[in-house]
Design a protein around this ligand. Structure first.
Ligand SMILES: NC(=O)c1ccc[n+]([C@@H]2O[C@H](COP(=O)([O-])OP(=O)(O)OC[C@H]3O[C@@H](n4cnc5c(N)ncnc54)[C@H](OP(=O)(O)O)[C@@H]3O)[C@@H](O)[C@H]2O)c1
Length: 270
């Protein structure tokens, strides 16, 4: 139990919106330390009513102030928007002295976090994604960190209960975050488009979405579990002169690959 005392530790969520609540729900469902009570969860956001609503039935203790949260927490999980960072955390820097902060604030990497919190707070930049809510997420850990080795291992173990964990140099974090953080939105659009295509061709919308979700899950698992090249797996679905290759050719004609590459470039401001 590297973040706290022998009796366990408390993770304090500063910010409990889409991402904070997805991580908390994932931990509540999939992290044995949380279900066994060794790891406790707490949260603070300015709108107490919204916080209560987001917590719902999750085992998360709401706090009345950021100061109370900092006091209660052994490790802070910072989950506010980048423009909210200053207002949210500047008042509790002293209260966090000697503690660790895991920050999921987009594009605020190790150097900026260290500058913001000062040398007395150990920091780690982590890029999560919302599929963590169902234990199928991706957490990107920036290699540069001031966590102790034990804390780093504990943080990785924690996030690995929510999906895959990848440690990357800071220079690759933005590009990787575009794939894993923004990528789910692109796949949801693909599912919606498949749904429309199914409905256009006579399927019930609910059936079409069910199929789209099952196909995405299956294709993703096949890709990760076989380790095969995606082109090889695509080729395996396309028989000579068959129907799938006609769909593939149509996607190529409509600029499918370049549309996805442009989308990732756009998230990177290119
Ligand atoms: N959503 C994603 O898929 C995703 C993926 C990767 C990374 N991230 C990163 O995760 C972070 C949070 O994103 P999000 O989508 O969860 O945003 P969000 O849904 O807008 O949630 C922001 C949270 O911050 C709280 N907050 C605002 N001002 C605060 C303050 N002064 N003190 C404490 N809490 C405050 C809000 O509370 P109130 O409701 O009370 O205002 C809300 O709970 C961002 O930096 C984002 O880049 C998000």
């Amino acid at each position: 139990m590297s973040f706290g005392r022998n009796s366990g530790y408390t993770i304090g969520f500063l910010g409990f919106g889409q991402m904070g609540s997805a991580i908390a729900e994932g931990l509540a469902r999939f992290c044995p330390g949380v279900s066994e009570g060794r790891i406790r969860l707490a949260a603070y956001t300015p709108h107490a009513d919204r916080l209560r609503e987001s917590i719902g039935v999750l085992p998360v203790t709401p706090c009345g102030s950021a100061e109370e949260l900092a006091e209660l927490s052994d490790v802070l999980l910072l989950a506010v928007k980048p423009y909210q960072l200053e207002a949210a955390a500047s008042g509790i820097r002293d209260g966090l002295a000697g503690k660790a902060v895991l920050s999921v604030v987009n594009a605020v990497g190790f150097e900026k976090l260290r500058e913001f919190f000062g040398p007395g707070v150990r920091v780690q930049y982590v890029m999560p994604n919302t599929p963590m809510r169902v234990g199928a997420g991706v957490a990107l850990f920036e290699q540069e960190t001031s966590l102790t080795v034990e804390e780093g291992a504990e943080a990785e173990a924690l996030f690995s209960t929510l999906g895959a964990v990848l440690r990357l140099p800071g220079s690759q974090m933005r590009a990787a975050a575009s794939l894993s953080g923004c990528g789910p939105a692109f796949f949801f659009m693909a599912a919606e488009a498949l749904g429309d295509a199914g409905v256009k061709n006579g399927l019930k919308r609910a059936d079409a979405y069910r199929l789209a979700a099952a196909v995405m899950t299956g294709a993703g698992r096949l890709l990760s579990e076989t380790g095969a090249h995606p082109g090889e797996l695509k080729d395996g679905v396309c028989s000579p002169g068959g129907t799938t290759i006609r769909g593939v050719a149509s996607l190529e004609q409509d600029g499918f690959r370049s549309a996805w590459i442009h989308a990732v470039d756009a998230t990177l401001g290119k």
